[in-house]
Design a protein around this ligand. Sequence first.
Ligand code: NAI
Length: 334
Amino acid sequence: MTVRIGMIGPGGMGRAHIERIRTVIASGEVVAVSDIDPGNAQRVAEGIGAKVFASSAELIASDAVDAVMICSYGPAHRDDVLAAIRAGKPVFCEKPLAPTASECLEILQAEQEAGRRLVTVGFMRRFDPSYRQLKAIVDSGEIGEPLIMHSRHRNPTVPERYTWDMAINDTGIHDIDTMRWLLGEEIASVRVDKPKRTRHRFPHLQDPLVLILSSASGVWIDVEIFVNNQHAYDIQCEVVSESGTVRLSDQQLVERTGAIGRSHLLTMDHNERFGAAFVTEVQEWISAVARGEHTGSTSWDGYAAACVCDAAVRALTDDGPIAVDLIEQPAFYS
Ligand code: NAI
């Protein structure tokens, strides 16, 4: 079966997903496109022979669409995810599921009323081979219980429109989801530390930021978010456990040796670093849709990450630690 996909918001991420589906992913085809910018929808659709819809509501309702991918910007996600749930269609939504926990809660409620899991959130690190290996070691218990975790999220630059809450809601949300996923438990509280600022910042931006998280069982986690490091997209993770540590090693595939020594090439963006993870993520989603099953992270994961982000945004201005306010996990998601 070929899953007929409707793509909402084919900007940078959406176009990259379309290209993967077109070239390396099996059993899926993007047949419909909509965008708030009709010119963009037209251009993208022409390139792949898809139909343009004037609105996301019409695209979701169309009988020609089996499943929906939402790659528009965060504030537009909630309405389209809810429409897909009400139409009974599987939906892959790029992170964040929605910008606030209360909006995510509406999605949780609608999905439970629909009676089956329909929503997958684009937390692609869960599909990265090195993160999966790291998790397998943690889960095996061979190095004991995790006690401390370090996560580093560094970008070369961000545009001037990037605001400091985006460092949490758009960037740090990946690290927050990854810590929850690696530990298999929720984050209980968060504090934000503000180190000396880089001179390469915009005046409105506190960069870097460090989130200090505490998990439900007391694991201490620091998440460094540094979005103007001037040189590379550099993702690091280390888990310090009772009888050993495990960390991502350098992820570069080649090592160069010459007169000035030995060096690695650096990755410069998320597509380069997580290219394989994106392919696996989208392939697993399409294959699960074709089988009538659900895969990947759930609305609960989107909601739980948003709760931590809400607390962290508060902690930007209030003295921490701020408690993370989560509802009890419904059995539907356990
Ligand atoms: P972008 O700005 O390049 O593209 C967004 C597209 O959505 C544009 O074509 C815009 O016209 C369209 N759009 C905006 N509002 C809309 C609406 N109400 N209805 C329909 N279309 C609308 O942004 P980008 O970088 O592609 O990000 C898209 C999503 O992907 C965001 O949620 C972002 O957080 C996420 N993302 C995820 C990454 C990951 O590593 N998983 C990396 C980068 C972005």
